[in-house]
Design a protein around this ligand. Sequence first.
Ligand code: PBG
Length: 327
Amino acid sequence: MSFPLVRMRRLRKTPAMRRLVAETVLTPADLIYPMFVCPGEEVCQDIGSMPGVNRYSIDALVEECKEVHALGIPGVILFGIPEKKDALGTEGYSPDGIIAKAVRAVKKAVPELIVICDVCLCEYTSHGHCGVLEKGQVHNDATLELLAKAAVTYAKAGCDIVAPSDMMDGRVIEIREALDEAGLDGTPILSYAAKYASAFYGPFRDAADSTPQEGDRKAYQMDPPNFREALREVAMDVEEGADMIMVKPALPYLDVLAAVRDEFDLPLCAYQVSGEFAMIKAAAANGWIDGDKVMMESLISIKRAGADFILTYFAKEAAAILNGGTA
Ligand code: PBG
């Protein structure tokens, strides 16, 4: 059947008709809000390249989390800016470190809010790499133990999900075993399974002050030209016991996201990263695009490609629009 019997425009006539036949629906329940925690009190410090996103001290973070929860957003993912950085990223796994303290405070104040902890060393190491350095290279196996320690620390503090983002080989099984040994077999692992060495992380590194002092992350994060390799990365993490998987960044890697959706049945998420957010904000600030509309379109596209949920700095703004029923 084809034209003139079929006219595709019939079902696009009105907003109600379009809503009726929408194949993909976005709700606040699909969103996770990434947040930066820093030392101090009553700190709410803006991040130049990420308008509207702030670094919060723990007291301010708790207040912000109450707002996030009230918007119907199910959870947050926390990134820490430590008091002190050192070569081994000690504050990343110390029970008195910034993240462990933040988790305890947030879970106490807003117990229903899902708290995800990013597990990586780059925010805590003086050199800015995601693991232990040996002769200028990140040593895979020596890093695993520290990542596992961090995961156990966060889970003990009460976080709901640990999310390793370091891209070391074998970290999922190492973390699973360490959690189980510590009696934390109920804590799920969300693996940043296909994480690319992306220039789209630039603004995040300003926010977390985690730019590598020397070199880059290309020897551990994935090379952007590779697609089949992403499926192998995901398969390995699933084999090692990941409960959920992630593709990151989102928009430039929708092909990868869609393929992972096709091949795997685990809950799948995508991370709309700092650079994706910053580009939309910058263009909107210049009046070149309609920021709200592009935000909603980018999010629905990520969901349409196969994400069950989305980590996004737009979470609050998008939830407010979704709750208000516009855009
Ligand atoms: C830590 C980590 C990074 C991001 C999430 N976890 C930075 C990186 O890998 O350099 C980036 C998130 C973003 O850009 O929004 N490894």
